[in-house]
Write a protein that binds this ligand. Structure first.
Ligand code: SAM
Length: 353
């Protein structure tokens, strides 16, 4: 997913730097507390670590619940009588067959179609998706919920299918980047029929833990070895920028308002996006962290200064940092590349006992 602050393209840098400080021991528990798309936690899961992931947003919980949390084969036993070809298929093939079944459902005029697509309601028209993709998304979302309510799929299968739908609908969004606005006419990628491409499933023997809470609450419940922190760097709230993904993930048909059809996100405001509150929140977080190593991704233009960070992290032990040049998150329009360079920092502290 093209996500603000995604660390997908920085995984090599993070991996090398973290190994340099914390070593290569796979038995260390790795914790990704602002997990977003799950790119970092998934990387450390694939290396063999047990991972704890957390994020305030429910769509992010769904992604992490699948990419990090799911670690056993998905058999879809409960759908065998319903979905033809499933019984005779290899276990690894079954998720593809279920996705194909969902892909072929007839569209339904549900919440996404009615509120975020050109439609027949006569109300204000929002152009976030084509009508065809909106109806397809509604049909798939309703079927996944129906299967869960009828206990035809278990939690692992539910989150697998839901994560797959979120990734697919996000690729079909008619936006420049985030859901804070839609484009005036349908762009090429959004005009194509939504493809429910089966997501990969990473198998291993560890039981991972996934939370959907404020980081400053979760920190008091866990004692991992390595804590990785990747908070927002600026005042752009994720809840406002990804409101439609949150609504599809929750399926709660919220009251929405305004030109962009925004849900009420007042309960999900992050203090890490507040210039006035971020320093105190970060200081509390670091004070309450029970771990051997703490890492923080931040750039040189964030709300906290490098000195703030150094001062707070040094209070727990031996502090240091790594840097890497980075090109800023870009929308679809081609801005000047050279103006988009920032320096990405990975701060760390080796905690004193
Ligand atoms: C920079 S992004 C993380 C990106 C992630 N590392 C990735 O590679 O996709 C910051 C994330 O922090 C989450 N977040 C913001 N405030 C939070 C809080 N108080 N508690 C937990 N998560 C929070 C946001 O929802 C967002 O997903």
């Amino acid at each position: 997913m093209n996500y603000i602050g995604s660390k997908l393209s920085l995984l090599d840098f993070l991996d090398r730097s973290i190994e340099e400080v914390a070593g290569k021991d796979k038995s260390l528990i790795f914790c990704d507390l602002f997990a977003g798309t799950g790119a970092v936690g998934t990387h450390f899961k694939k290396k063999g670590h047990k991972v704890i992931a957390n994020d305030l947003q429910y769509y992010s919980y769904v992604l992490n619940r699948h990419f990090v949390g799911n670690h056993k084969p998905l058999k879809f036993e409960g759908l065998i009588v319903l979905v033809s070809g499933l019984k005779s298929a290899d276990i690894a093939e079954r998720k593809n067959i279920v996705c194909e079944y969902l892909q072929n459902l007839d569209g339904v005029k549900g919440f996404v179609y009615q509120n975020y697509c050109p439609n027949d309601s006569g109300d204000e028209q929002r152009l976030y998706f084509t009508a065809e993709n909106g109806k397809k998304c509604d049909a798939i979302r309703e079927k996944i919920e129906e299967w869960r309510n009828k206990k035809l799929i278990n939690d692992d299968e539910y989150f697998y299918l839901l994560a797959t739908l979120l990734e697919a609908i996000d690729k079909s969004a008619n936006t420049a980047s985030v859901y804070g606005a839609f484009l005036k006419s349908i762009k090429k990628s959004a005009g194509k029929p939504m493809a429910l491409s089966p997501l990969p499933l990473y198998l291993n023997d560890n039981e991972h833990e996934i939370y959907n809470e404020d980081v400053n609450d979760v920190i008091k419940k866990i004692s991992p070895d390595i804590i990785y922190l990747d908070p927002p760097y600026n005042t752009r709230q994720y809840s406002a920028n990804y409101h439609i993904l949150e609504t599809i993930a929750k399926n709660d048909r919220p009251k929405i308002k305004g030109k962009t059809g925004l849900r009420d996100w007042s309960g999900q405001k992050s203090v890490y996006c507040s210039r006035a509150k971020v320093k105190q929140a970060f200081a509390d977080l670091i004070k309450n962290a029970k771990a051997r190593y703490i890492f923080l991704s931040y750039n040189n233009e964030g709300l906290m200064s490098l000195n703030d960070i150094k001062e707070i992290m040094s209070s727990r032990g031996k502090y240091g940092y790594f840097t890497q040049d980075y090109s800023r998150f870009k929308a679809d329009n081609n801005r000047d590349y050279s103006a988009n360079k920032t320096t990405e920092y990975l701060h760390y502290v080796v905690v004193n006992n």
